[in-house]
Design a binder for this molecule. Structure first.
Ligand code: GLU
Length: 471
């Protein structure tokens, strides 16, 4: 292990967002690439907005994608006393001061400043008052540097300079005793030994405030890497309007975690023109040199293409495992009597070539795992006709005696029926397909019969024939 220590520090105030997952991924990749430590820290100090459900969604999302952490999850609400203690230390050293301005007063003065066109920031009223132990509710404010600049060498954005003149004397401890975000982050990053802060660039403006706090506390300042925003396909800020943004929703829509991770790594990072990366590959190739600084636009079609590619290459047993819950949702009982020959593993190789999602694959698998077959009525009307009845009847008759039941033994029977009835393959195969699967679309009919087995094949042809009115 090296001394590289990074953290994913989500606020559990909503579902785990794809942007959050990408931040976690880049932290994880960097940690794994460098042989460092990846820490999960839940920033739950906003008591009104943090929920246990959101924490669970974060943990589940990370488990699902395989982004395992080495330490944590830490919870900031377990560390409140520590933040208070550190805030008081700053006050004792004259780097923070009590402020008794009420929210109403602050608001009134802010409006006044706005009307006069002055900068909107704390006006420093309590800065030099030297209050020691105020009786009224008081917040602790950090005495921010007023002159000079903070220069940050961001690993992605390059050198960024921030003028101290714009920095507020920010509150580090609220009147209710809770530390604020900027303060607790700095204490945690310092005490957890974080060497690289990798996060979304919506936090760039917090960086000079945090650097000032690191310095005032006499902690080593970590490196910073701010990731570009993810935009919708239309280049506006990613939102619900652009479709699903929660990681769980992608799971529900039948995406494989490796496809989502591959997609996310390419949002802002590249390695030549390579599009597909295994996790191993990403870990080997990842570096900040090739993370772009500008925002990255979503491309749902590319995600779907990647998903189809990963499904195509999916190992049958694994695909069967990830497919099973989607089938169960549709009523399949994995321990019930209706099972395809050879199990789900034998079905997926016939479907994985064309399925774009597991939802689609589940839909196509249903005819093999349920009885009776769900018949597409329009297909039945079109193909299960009196004209189709004689060939289906003859075929069923011949099938009864076939043994063993395999493509090699069935093929000559089909040929014989086609010859007897003077039919072309298509004219026979389509009614047969509808009889066997209830659909007009399926793998090759020999594969379908192999999956169903002899008994179910015969049953389905018989049931289909019963639907056809005798002429
Ligand atoms: N908790 C912050 C958020 O979810 C992240 C803080 C950080 O990475 O510094 O946006």
């Amino acid at each position: 292990m090296t001394d590289v220590r990074v953290r994913f520090a989500p606020s559990p105030t909503g579902f785990l967002h794809v942007g959050g997952l990408r931040t976690a991924l880049f932290n994880w990749l960097f940690a794994r690439r460098e042989g460092g430590t990846f820490i999960l820290r839940i920033e739950d100090t906003d008591r009104d907005r943090s929920t246990d459900d959101a924490i669970e969604a974060i943990v589940n999302g990370l488990h699902w994608t395989g982004l395992d952490w080495d330490e944590g999850p830490y919870r900031q609400t377990d560390r409140l006393a520590l933040y208070r203690q550190k805030a008081m230390e700053l006050r004792e050293r004259g780097k923070a001061y009590w402020c008794v301005c009420t929210p109403q007063e602050l608001e009134a003065r802010r409006k006044e400043a706005q009307a006069k066109g002055e900068p909107i920031k704390y006006d420093g009223r309590c800065r030099e008052r030297g209050l020691t132990a105020p009786a009224e509710p008081a917040a602790l404010r950090f005495r921010s540097p007023q002159e000079g600049q903070t220069v940050v060498d961001d690993l992605i954005k390059g050198t960024i300079a921030f003028d101290h003149a714009v920095l507020d004397d920010l509150i580090i401890l609220r009147a209710n005793g809770y530390a604020t975000y900027n303060f607790s982050v700095v204490i945690d990053d310092a005490l957890m030994g974080i060497t690289h802060v990798i996060r979304g660039d919506d936090h760039v403006n917090n960086t000079p405030r945090q650097v000032a706090l690191f310095k005032a506390l006499e902690y080593r300042v970590p490196h910073f890497a701010h990731l570009p925003m993810i935009l919708g396909a239309d280049k506006s800020r990613l939102s619900k309007r652009h479709g699903a943004t929660s990681v769980l929703a992608y799971q529900d829509m039948g995406y494989l975690p490796e496809a989502l991770v591959n997609y996310l790594v390419r949002l802002g990072w590249s390695h030549g023109d390579q599009e597909m990366f295994s996790i191993q590959d990403m870990v080997e190739k990842f570096s900040f040199d090739h993370v772009q600084a500008s925002a990255a636009a979503c491309d749902p079609e590319k995600l779907q293409w990647l998903n189809a590619e990963y499904i195509k290459r999916g190992e049958p047993r694994r695909l069967a495992d990830v497919l099973r819950p989607f089938l169960e949702k549709r009523g399949y009982d994995p321990r019930g009597p209706v099972q395809p020959q050879g199990g789900l593993e034998a079905v997926v190789p016939h479907l994985r070539e064309r399925a774009k999602t597991l939802v689609e694959m589940a839909e196509w698998t249903m005819p093999y795992v349920t009885e009776p077959v769900a018949m597409d009525e329009a297909a039945a009307v079109k193909f299960l006709t009196t004209a189709a009845a004689p060939s289906l009847t003859k075929f069923a008759e011949r099938l009864k005696t076939v043994n063993p039941f395999s493509k090699e033994t069935i093929e000559p029977l089909v040929q014989a029926v086609l010859n007897d009835e003077h039919l072309k393959m298509g004219a026979f195969a389509q009614p047969l397909r509808v009889a066997l699967t209830g659909k007009t679309f399926s793998p090759g009919i020999y594969e379908v019969m192999a999956i169903l087995g002899k008994e179910r094949t015969l049953d389905r042809i018989t049931q289909a024939l019963q639907r056809i009115p005798s002429s």
